[in-house]
Design a protein around this ligand. Structure first.
Ligand code: ZN
Length: 621
């Protein structure tokens, strides 16, 4: 038996490497590696093969390490283990033999003789207790339904185990359940430029059982890594961010409309909204000559922008530079596949956009500041944090001259882009983008996409994991198509949960529970997709006087007022108050205590509240 131990954690490996355990010496929980979760992929003769990794022995590596070697018919891999004060570091050095393109070490660890639940970083966070039929999910970074943070938790009854990928640029989380009822979740280290290419590292930290404990351990890691910027620190550097607190997220549609935007904003102000984040006012793109739902992009006049800012509101363009239409002047910036082919991406109504290499974006953004982005007080970047990072094989891009660009380098350009945008106007400006993705935790102030709070028979239960980590640093808002009153993009069915807009009461209750700003589409024109017609679009419009808009605004106002008060506070507590999950409570560092009922009937809530109505929230005193 090989053994590593300090006063908090112990690692035990059998000599044959088949049994690997992490023992939590504080809580007594024993975590065992699931050998069936170990795989490697390798290529030979251009075919990729996935094979089980077989352990072939564990040995001591100096006084403070254990090494376990693995093999498949075509490849070899090594797991190198060492200790931190309260955790275990698992390193996967570069495989010596075989063309290994991906591997799942150190695999899934599950508690011995205890039930388990998984805390998953999907959207705002999901809790899965292992129910359901057999399935497999491979979570990529962002992309709405992928992972929002490079971590997950497995929770037993006596303790939990937080797994964090220290190398997360070429990573997926692979989770599932087989027909025998065995469940797993493991890192899957993916290829970088066609190979494993660099050493991968994962850390495992035993914590107390519970969502809050796992989230707070991860939060400390983010802080220790210098990737956490609190609101006070942000506001000191960019005073304009003070206006985020108490604001209405105010989407006004992608398409041109004849509505008087400034007059409509004045009415919002009269209705009690002291602050608003209005977007998009214009399209900040390479070539504006395209149509959405048959209409050109919105283009609010300079005078109207001036008047809207004069109300104390903030206004943003739709900065969409990560891809462009196929035009001579930007073709050289297109991201390239190994074959040299440009990558088609967004498409509507027969118009095709191509991905641009991230190395070209900081300069393209600087150039745009004097154009469509001028006069704006915050900036929204379309899908930069959601679907942009990638590899580029163009041989002639000055940003990575002479070599193909891996995702890690590509991301550095994106961080530079967003960081420079923060300071592109006096007083600084807020930066937002799509999908919550904490690879950009220092660069973004608002990130988006949340699931509907639905519990009971739903397999994945949304929980405020991102906000337990980041509430005092980043706003987690709704996808722009999912305002309280916007049902046009309908209900999106994800595996085991749903997301969408148009459910004002439920969405407001979730925003109150998590101290987030409300989100309404009060006026303007937008496009949606014709059912069953692929990328064919149609336009629809909202007006302030619409009863759905008025209802959404009335629902939103108290949420905005709450956000003004608690938006900068750390979220310190979350719990379910009912067995079926529908009644929940949260608390913030200033003592604010919120109870929400997401059920469609009234419920007794807590000793602090007699009852709360269906789909509503209340502050407990
Ligand atoms: Zn490139």
């Amino acid at each position: 038996m090989q053994k590593l131990a300090n006063d908090r954690v112990m690692v035990l490996a059998s000599e044959d490497g088949r049994t690997l355990r992490i023992v939590d010496l504080v809580r007594g929980t024993v975590w065992e590696q699931d050998g069936r979760s170990l795989f490697a992929e390798s290529t030979s003769d251009r075919a990729t093969k996935r094979e089980s990794l077989r352990p072939c022995g564990a040995k001591a590596a100096g006084a403070h390490g254990i090494e376990i070697d693995y093999e498949t018919d075509n490849a070899r891999a090594r797991l190198s283990l060492s200790l931190r004060d309260d955790g275990v570091v698992a390193r996967m050095p570069l495989p010596e033999q075989g063309h290994v393109t991906s591997l799942t070490l150190p695999g899934s660890f599950v508690p011995v003789s205890e039930p388990r639940k998984y805390l998953l970083p999907i959207m705002q966070g999901m809790l899965w207790d292992g129910r359901g039929e057999a399935f497999e999910l491979d979570l990529h970074e962002a992309w709405h339904m992928g992972f929002s943070m490079p971590m997950f938790g497995c929770m037993g009854s006596s303790g939990a185990l937080l797994t964090v990928a220290e190398t997360a640029d070429d990573l997926t989380w692979w989770l599932g359940k087989d027909r025998e009822g065995r469940s797993w979740c493991t890192p899957w280290h993916r290829s970088s430029l066609g190979a494993v290419r660099y050493e991968r590292a994962v850390c495992l930290y035993p914590t107390d059982a519970g969502i809050v404990a796992v989230a707070k351990r991860y939060r400390r890691l983010v802080r220790d890594a210098g990737r956490f910027l609190g609101w006070e620190e942000k506001i000191e550097a960019r005073p304009s961010l003070e206006r985020l607190f108490g604001a209405l997220m105010c989407f006004i549609g992608y398409c041109r409309d004849d509505v008087d935007y400034a007059a409509a904003c004045r009415k919002l102000k009269s209705a009690g909204f002291e602050r608003a984040l209005v977007y998009p006012a214009r399209f900040n793109v390479y070539h504006p000559g395209f149509a959405m739902g048959g209409l050109p992009p919105i283009d609010v006049s300079e005078e109207q922008i001036r008047q809207i800012c004069g109300l104390g509101y903030d206004i943003a363009p739709w900065t969409w530079l990560n891809e462009g239409l196929d035009r001579e002047d930007i073709r050289s910036a297109f991201r390239k596949e190994p074959t040299g082919r440009a990558l088609p991406h967004w498409e509507i109504d027969g118009q095709q956009w191509y991905l641009c290499c991230s190395s070209t974006l900081p300069a393209a953004y600087r150039k745009s500041l004097g154009g469509a982005a001028s006069g704006m007080t915050w900036d929204h970047f379309d899908v930069i944090t959601c679907a942009t990072v990638g590899e580029c094989y163009a041989a002639d891009h000055p940003g990575h001259a002479g070599h193909a660009e891996p995702r890690t380098e590509d991301r550095a350009h994106l961080r530079k882009l967003l960081h420079s945008a923060q300071f592109s106007v006096p007083g600084g400006k807020a930066i937002s983008s799509e999908s919550f993705n904490d690879a950009y935790s220092r660069e973004c102030d608002i990130m988006s996409v949340k699931a509907w709070p639905q519990y009971g028979a739903w397999l994945f239960w949304p929980v405020p994991l991102t906000m337990l980590v980041y509430h005092d640093s980043i706003i987690h808002s709704w996808w722009e198509q999912h305002s309280y009153n916007n049902h046009q993009r309908g209900r999106i069915n994800a595996p085991f949960y749903q997301y969408g807009g148009g459910r004002a009461r439920t969405q407001a209750a979730l925003d109150a529970l998590t101290g987030s700003p409300p989100d309404v589409f009060p006026f303007g024109t937008n496009y949606a997709y014709d059912a069953g017609e692929g990328s064919k679009t149609y336009a629809y419009r909202m007006r302030l006087e619409d009863p759905e808009v008025q209802f959404a605004l009335a629902t939103a106002l108290p949420v905005a007022q709450l956000h003004r008060r608690i938006g900068k506070q750390e979220m310190v507590h979350f719990d379910f108050l009912s067995e079926d999950g529908y009644v929940q409570e949260s608390a913030f560092a200033d003592g604010t205590h919120i109870v929400a009922n997401f059920a469609n009937c009234a419920r007794a809530a807590s000793p602090a509240l007699d009852a709360i109505h269906s789909e509503s929230w209340a502050e407990a005193r």
